[in-house]
Ligand binder design. Structure first.
Ligand code: AMP
Ligand code: MG
Length: 356
């Protein structure tokens, strides 16, 4: 099957393309579309067969549940039940936007969507193309990220095609996404807990909900990762093995630079994922370097993170050394994705004062 690509300007949406894409969804087909976080791979969430096709196209294991996308919080009753009062507060602050809420599953949501579970993840995306598509379809849209399982989430249409061309009916190309990392997943079944850090910061949620725990499954210390690498290996990963360095800027730099030079000596093409502030220290080294912007501007870092990793892959990097960006604001989601991409290869570098 050939994938039809419709280019849709988010500021002047072509209604005919949206109608055709919505028609594909209503007849059980798959449509990839931009959201503000990453591109999603959509199917009618109430159509179990269509949802199964998402898993087939992505080669995604059936145990990994999907996020259901709505055009407005008013539709929540179609997919969830026993909705806690807190939800209206959260929706007022963060919807439309990059926050996914986990709630008790509504009876009409097929178990294919929730991986057999009694909870459902729901989000109202802010992207105008996503809004127009869901509105035109008139049904909730199940949509995981539009990549093959284990790979990096796509932040532009070309990334979607690289993984899914010929496996989906339609791709709506709305240009590069703005947030660049996936949504924050917050469970409201029982005590609120962050299951996955993402586009809405922990601090923003805590300003409303008070102190929150971040699920251990998301951010594990390095020792635990090594004990159970299967939990994280293969997730959000570039093709080249990645090593993440955590520490003060100067300590990180010293550690990854000496490692990079070692690789270089053994004729291994090493790629570095760095911040603008690191560039002066790399000048004249003839290394493969991708910067994701200033470490002071985490919105830009998040937006550019996945495309920078893809660029290092495309340039033939055999190993990628990445620096960390702390855990403040979007830093937490960035560290989470880099930790998963590293699959346990995390080096915590002591501050330089501590080493002689
Ligand atoms: P993706 O949209 O590709 O980022 O994947 C959706 C992710 O949302 C899953 O991998 C889970 O981490 C999370 N998720 C979806 N549904 C649930 C649920 N019912 N409970 C907990 N997490 C969920
Ligand atoms: Mg995904």
């Amino acid at each position: 099957m050939a994938t039809t690509v419709f280019t849709v300007d988010p500021t002047a949406i072509n209604g005919e393309f949206i109608q055709r894409a919505a028609g594909v969804l209503l007849s059980g087909g798959l449509v990839a579309f931009p959201t503000e976080t990453v591109y999603g791979l959509g199917a009618n969430a109430l159509d179990a067969l269509a949802v199964r096709r998402i898993f087939a196209a992505k080669e995604r294991p059936a145990y990994d549940p999907l996020i259901v996308h709505l055009v407005d919080v008013a539709d929540l009753g179609r997919v969830a039940r026993d909705i806690p009062p807190l939800v209206s507060d959260m929706a007022a602050h963060f919807w439309p936007g990059p926050l996914t809420l986990v709630l008790p599953r509504g009876a009409d949501v097929p178990l294919e969507v929730t991986a057999g579970g009694e909870t459902v993840a729901v989000r109202v995306p802010a992207h105008p193309v996503a809004q127009a598509l869901i509105c035109a379809a008139g049904v909730p849209i199940a949509a995981p990220s539009a990549n093959r399982f284990g790979r990096l989430s796509p932040t532009c249409a070309a990334d979607v095609l690289a993984d899914l061309d010929g496996r989906i009916e339609v791709l709506l190309d709305g240009g590069p996404t703005v947030v660049g990392v996936e949504s924050t997943v917050l469970s409201l079944v029982g005590e609120p807990v962050i299951l996955r850090p993402g586009g809405v910061s922990r601090e923003a949620l805590e300003a409303i909900l008070g102190p929150l725990t971040v699920s251990e499954r998301s951010v594990l210390p390095a020792e635990d990762l090594l004990e159970s690498p299967g939990l994280l290996l293969q997730h959000y990963a570039p093709q080249a093995p990645l090593v993440l360095y955590i520490g003060t800027p100067s300590a990180m730099r010293a550690a990854y630079l000496s490692e990079a030079l070692r690789y270089q000596q053994s004729q291994t093409l090493v790629g570095l994922l760095v911040a603008d502030e690191d560039l002066p220290f790399l000048a004249g080294q003839d290394l493969l370097v991708e910067t994701v912007g200033s470490a002071e501007d985490l919105e830009t870092v998040a937006r550019r993170l996945f495309s920078a990793l893809r660029a290092l892959d495309a340039a033939g990097a055999e190993v990628i050394l990445a620096r960390d960006f702390g855990v403040t604001g979007l830093g937490l989601a960035i560290r989470d994705r880099l930790t998963r991409a590293a699959g346990g290869r995390v080096v915590e570098v002591p501050a330089l004062e501590d080493v002689r």
